[in-house]
Every structure is written in C-alpha cells, then in structure tokens.
Design a protein around this ligand. Structure first.
Ligand code: B1M
Length: 210
C-alpha cells in the first residue's frame, strides 16, 4: 500500500518515476488530492528545504526534487481543478524580477484555479514593467506576486509604486506571498494582503473580492 511517507521520500531522492508511481497509487487507493500534495509532495520538499539550508543537499539534487514534486502535482492537478466552475475573479500571478522560484507560486495558481478563479500565470522573473503591462492588457481583479529571496522581495514594492504612478492601484488588489514575506512586509510595501500558503491565498482573494 502506498503512503505519504513513501511519496515524501521519493521527492527527497528526486526520483520522478517513483513519485509518479506512488502519486498514482495514492490516488487509486482513494487518498484526497490535497492530502497527496500537502502530506506527501510538499512535506518532502520541506525536508529538501531544510537539508539544502544545512548544506546536506546541493542545487542539482534540489532541482531534481523540485522536478519530481512538480511531476506529482501534474498528476493530481486535474483532480482538483474544476475547469467547468464559473470564474469568481481574475488573478494575474507571477514571481518577481530576478527570482526563479516557481513551485510555490504554481501551487498558489493551481489552488486558485481549483477555488474558482481564472489565473493568468506569467511565470518567473517578472519585472514591475511587465506586471504593469499585463495589468493593462488583462484587467485582473487581483495581482498576486511571489518572491522566495530576500534580495528580490523589494521588487514587490517597486511594482506597487509603479501601479500607483500609472493610476492603476485602485483598479486591482495586490497580494504578496512567499517564504520571506510577512504581514508586516506586506503592510510596509502597501499590498492589500498577504497569504502564508496557497490555501490561505485562495481565502484571501475571496475575501478581497467579497
Ligand atoms: Co532556492 N532558495 N535558491 N532554489 N530554494 C530558497 C528560497 C532558500 C530559502 C534556501 C535556503 O538557503 N534555505 C534560499 C533563500 C534565502 C533568502 O533569500 N532568504 C534560496 C537560495 C539562496 C537560492 C539561490 C540564490 C541559491 C544559489 O544559487 N546559491 C538560487 C537563486 C535563484 C534565483 O531565483 N535567482 C536558488 C535556486 C533554487 C533552485 C533553482 C535550485 C530551486 C527552485 C526551483 C523552482 O522553483 N523551479 C530552489 C529551491 C527548490 C529552493 C527551496 C529548497 C524550496 C523552495 C520551494 O519550492 N518550496 C527553498 C528553501 C525553502 O523554502 N525551504 C529555497 C516548496 C514550495 C511549495 O514552498 O515556495 O515557500 P514556497 O511556497 C509556499 C509559500 O511560501 C506560499 O505558498 C506556497 C505553498 O503553500 N507562497 C505564496 C509562495 N508564493 C506565494 C504567493 C502568494 C501567497 C502565498 O500570493 C501571491
């Protein structure tokens, strides 16, 4: 019988084939899709994070773990994203300039989609100018920015300032998130909200639009 522990272990070792196998087995055995993500895939990635921090794992291994986690998520995703659900709002999502981390941001996008939002995922390394251009083009209800590095998080502030300069700040709500981001930081840069994780991001977006 497949287990969440086994799935975490396969993520840690970066074994994409096994991650896919165990993910599929958990689905077949009736595990809830969100449990597979939270208790298996993310739990494994969290361990990778602390090992990376302690110098016990290195970038190539972390990348393999990240790829295997994404491979698992791709299998679970169709089970929780209900494309037929009417959209309750449009969210423009991206990782800020200079930042290549996208696993958490993609998870936020996936959860928002499953929560009924239309998500335009711009990807990584998005400059303030690119965000503004996309806001003008897509007219989203919410601009959602992710940052994982203390060196890139200040681009959130730059983007919000540019939004204000362009007279767009009243037309779109701004939310921020990512490991180094806090409510204090969000307040400081003038964001409308902060969410510590993907599930909270969905609640926050719903609250901001209600
Ligand atoms: Co990077 N990295 N990394 N890395 N990496 C961190 C972030 C780090 C904390 C590791 C460490 O030292 N402990 C550290 C940052 C230190 C700091 O600034 N304080 C770090 C570093 C230093 C670096 C490099 C500089 C390393 C180097 O080259 N020397 C480099 C920078 C590259 C760049 O971006 N320019 C780098 C590179 C990489 C990889 C490419 C190898 C890879 C990224 C692969 C990818 O994303 N495609 C990577 C990874 C995987 C990590 C760790 C290990 C894991 C990140 C992750 O995916 N976590 C990470 C350590 C850690 O976080 N424990 C680390 C799982 C993911 C589900 O969580 O992204 O936090 P997370 O998202 C969460 C919440 O934060 C939140 O919801 C998500 C899920 O609930 N959330 C939001 C995220 N965005 C949100 C937006 C919202 C709301 C919530 O609203 C808009």
């Amino acid at each position: 019988m497949a287990s969440f522990e086994d799935l975490s272990k396969q993520v840690i070792t970066g074994n994409q084939v096994k991650v896919k196998e165990v993910t599929q087995a958990l689905i077949d055995e009736g595990s809830a899709p969100l449990d597979i993500i939270n208790l298996g895939l993310i739990a494994g990635m969290n361990i990778v994070g602390s090992r990376f921090k302690n110098g016990e794992m290195f970038v190539p291994e972390v990348l393999m773990a990240a790829k295997s986690m994404s491979a698992g998520i791709e299998i679970v995703k169709p089970l929780i994203a209900d494309k037929d659900m009417p959209s309750i709002g449009k969210v423009l999502l991206g990782t800020v300039k200079g930042d290549l981390h996208d696993i958490g941001k993609n998870l936020v996008g996936m959860m928002l989609e499953s929560g009924g939002f239309t998500v335009i995922n711009m990807g990584i390394d998005i400059s303030p100018e690119q965000f503004i251009k996309a806001v003008k083009e897509h007219n989203p209800d919410i601009l959602a920015m992710s940052a994982l590095l203390t060196t890139t998080m200040l681009h959130m502030k730059d983007t919000i300032e540019l939004l204000k300069e362009e007279g767009l700040h009243n037309k779109v709500k701004v939310i921020v998130g990512g490991a180094p981001i806090s409510q204090d930081f969000a307040d400081e840069v003038g964001a409308d909200g902060f969410a510590p994780d993907a599930a909270s991001a969905v609640d926050l977006c719903k609250k901001l639009l209600s």
